[in-house]
Design a protein. Structure first.
Length: 157
């Protein structure tokens, strides 16, 4: 299976390009949520507590969401680096393994956690099962792109 794409004479790992792009989109979406305010926190499953804190002008939701956006942005850089689009970043293999595991675990465990845990936030998310299914499938896809792309890139590159 061909996993490299050629652009202007350079070859890039398509799986890692995809993973990096989707991570970058997720980072941008998290930043948009900060600016969108309480309604956006509710829409994207952050929970009523976070939405109420945002309504009250608390910095806590923006800080938490900003940290998540920053992590996703760094993960995008690692995806682009491993794809061959950026210079090689430190601890590239280890980082790709960790990023893959985080996305895959989120994708695999979020729905069972919501279904079986009795915490208030889990009960809230149970009412947003369509969001949970869509976000879990996306996380599984992104995690698979990181994992397959890293395996192909390091096994064949």
């Amino acid at each position: 299976m061909e996993y490299l794409i050629e652009v202007a004479g350079h070859r890039y790992n398509i799986f890692l390009m995809t993973a990096g792009l989707l991570s970058l989109i997720a980072a941008a979406l998290h930043i948009a949520i900060i600016f969108g305010g309480a309604d956006w926190y509710r829409l994207f499953g952050a929970g009523e507590r976070m939405a109420q804190l945002a309504e009250k002008g608390s910095r806590h939701p923006a800080i938490v969401t900003g940290v998540i956006a920053s992590a996703l942005g760094v993960w995008a850089l690692y995806g682009f680096s491993a794809a061959g689009m950026l210079p090689r970043l430190p601890l590239l293999r280890e980082s790709l393994a960790l990023i893959s595991v985080v996305f895959l675990l989120r994708g695999l465990l979020a729905i069972p956690a919501v279904l079986f845990l009795k915490y208030p936030y889990a009960l809230e998310l149970k009412e947003k099962m369509l969001f949970m299914v869509i976000s879990s499938v996306l996380c599984l896809f992104i995690g698979a792109c990181y994992a397959v792309g890293a395996w192909q890139g390091f096994a064949h590159g």
